[in-house]
Design a protein. Structure first.
Lengths: 124, 198
């Protein structure tokens, strides 16, 4: 069981549930949810999060804007971010990388891919 | 004198012809009014139906997830109970008993794996919901353009204009290329991009 606190950001209640269940299966029990970038930034003010999984296309504040804003906060400059999105065009992936995303998965994902990306990021 | 009179007749004829053309154009636009207005009115109905699809698919998916989570809990409990049962078995238990327990363990684990696979498959709902949002967004765009046409040709229906401006538009966030099966960049290539960045 990992002590890591993960923030899962997605406007789809279905995806949030699947991500939370997948994380629990992989041994990550402590998961906080947010429904868009704005909600995520609000949650980060009260939760001590060490890893973030975020979608891209969300209302209010999309994932790219969220990550850009996140990296401007000193406390979260180096917090690992894994983007999980339907966007699979190379230009989008490069844009996410430039915004500060550490790794990227295209939906639909397998639990093995999610776990391996988290492990890879944590291993540095 | 004759030239001037001839020119006047020509101009008069041109004006009459132009007037007739304008009259025909106005008639055509008047005839278009009804179909354009009707199409404009039907757009919100179409987008509402699409939104209904997304809402109902979401609700059904949530119910499926509830059931899958229940199955997972029960299978986890079965596996725990089997482990405990094995610990209670006397050392000299028959091979047959041990084999039966092993078979139950395997079946329970397979059930659990199948339930998780079902859960993973429900990701379709997020992707199809984005596709529906894309379609609805295109219809809203067409609705706006039709309203603009009605306005530009000066045959705007006041009631339609009021309906269009007062209707709250749902905030839509979607990937126009969202696809359940096709990925434009494969995971290995994505990983390569991030490795190169380092």
């Amino acid at each position: 069981m990992s002590a890591l606190k993960i923030l899962a950001v997605d406007d789809s209640p279905t995806m949030r549930r699947i991500i939370v269940n997948t994380l629990k299966r992989a041994g990550f029990e402590d998961v906080v949810e947010a429904e868009d970038g704005k909600d995520a930034l609000a949650k980060l003010q009260v939760e001590n999060v060490s890893f973030i999984i975020t979608d891209w296309n969300m209302p209010e504040m999309d994932g790219l804007t969220f990550v850009t804003n996140l990296r401007a906060i000193e406390k979260y400059k180096a917090t690992p971010v894994l983007m999980v999105t339907t966007r699979s065009v190379k230009e989008d992936i490069v844009e996410a990388m430039k915004a500060g995303v550490n790794s990227y998965i295209v939906k639909p994902f397998t639990p093995e891919t999610l776990k391996s990306k988290i492990d890879q990021i944590l291993a540095g | 004198m004759t030239n001037s009179s001839s020119l006047t007749d020509q101009v008069k004829s041109e004006i009459e012809s132009l007037s007739a053309s304008i009259g025909a154009l106005v008639d055509s636009m008047q005839k278009l009014r009804h179909p354009i207005s009707e199409s404009h009115q039907k757009m919100p109905q179409a987008t509402n139906q699409l939104d209904k699809i997304s809402q109902q698919t979401l609700a059904a998916t949530q119910r499926m997830l509830d059931t899958v989570e229940e199955i997972n809990k029960r299978e986890d409990m079965i596996l725990e109970s089997i482990k405990y049962l094995v610990s209670l078995l006397p050392v000299n238990s028959s091979a047959e008993v041990k084999e039966q327990i092993r078979i139950i363990q395997v079946a329970a684990q397979e059930n659990l794996d199948a339930a998780y696979a079902l859960m993973d498959a429900l990701q379709f709902q997020d992707i199809t919901s984005q596709q529906v949002d894309h379609a609805a967004s295109m219809l809203e765009d067409i609705e706006g353009k039709l309203a603009h046409i009605l306005q530009v040709v000066g045959i705007e229906d006041k009631a339609i204009h009021e309906t269009t401006t007062q209707m709250p538009t749902k905030q839509r966030a979607f990937d126009p290329n969202a696809d359940l099966f096709e990925k434009k960049t494969q995971q290995a290539d994505i990983d390569e991009l991030f490795v190169k960045k380092k």
